[in-house]
Design a protein around this ligand. Structure first.
Ligand SMILES: [Zn+2]
Length: 245
């Protein structure tokens, strides 16, 4: 199975990567759903919607500051660097991710489509055009405000009740329909509309290599090579062509 996957990758002219929470989790990134301690009293709507942010910017920003602080030390695992090497080698490997942590870019990848936005930047809630990198300095005094118009800032992630960025999503679907191979890594393939991407690729005749310790709906589909393993272990093996050359 590994050998088959390696050959598919080697032969592919238009590969695409699609990652989900499992990829981040392997790096130690936590997924926060408001279940811990003092955050338990707040609903997801209060902490993660634009209305919640408007109603109580200080509390909501405290929540994002906590998440930012906890994710600060998280580093990309070896699977990320294997993808970077593969991207450099192929000269073409768009990366579509549902993750908001920026680890793909941190590992040196380019052409990363963050369909659920990014936790690394914040921008003006009034969309005046002001945008800034999230930093300890920025979240020292809460809530952080726009340096251009004085309104509060919002994290650049897709909030509860908001639509996904349509231009990014449209390009992701175009890539899925045009690719000849999609590496689907660490995603439960359950959160729509992102979950439709691998199926769009399959429908267009692409092959899929799925890397996930857990079986998903995709695992049993035709045209899918499903490798039940961690990305950090298997990607360096798949991206290594030394034995063949
Ligand atoms: Zn502004």
């Amino acid at each position: 199975m590994i050998q088959m996957a390696k050959e598919l990758i080697k032969a592919s002219r238009k590969p695409v990567v699609f990652t989900g929470a499992g990829m981040s989790r392997e790096s130690g990134m936590r997924t926060f759903r408001g279940e811990d301690g003092l955050w338990k009293q707040y609903s997801p709507e209060q902490l993660s919607s634009i209305e919640g942010l408007r109603a109580d910017p200080e509390t909501v920003w405290e929540w994002y500051r906590m998440r930012f602080m906890k994710s600060e030390g998280v580093k990309p695992h070896s699977g990320y660097y294997a993808l970077t090497a593969l991207q450099n080698e192929k000269g073409y490997l768009p990366v579509i991710t549902q993750n908001i942590d920026g680890l793909h870019s941190e590992a040196g990848q380019v052409d990363v489509l963050e369909i659920h936005g990014s936790m690394r930047t914040a921008s003006c809630i009034h969309r005046c055009g002001y945008s800034v990198a999230l930093s300890r300095e920025l979240v020292k005094n809460l809530p952080p405000v726009c340096q251009k118009c004085g309104a509060i800032l919002r994290p650049d992630i897709v909030l509860f009740g908001e639509a996904l960025p349509q231009d990014v999503l449209m390009r992701a679907y175009n890539l899925a329909e045009q690719c000849d191979l999609m590496l689907v890594i660490g995603t439960s393939v359950k959160v729509w509309p992102a979950a439709g991407l691998p199926f769009a690729a399959l429908d267009s005749g692409a092959k899929i290599i799925e890397i996930n310790p857990v079986q998903t709906e995709l695992s049993v589909s035709k045209g899918v090579i499903s490798i039940r393993n961690n990305a950090g272990e298997i990607l360096p093996v798949l991206a290594d062509h030394r034995q063949e050359s």
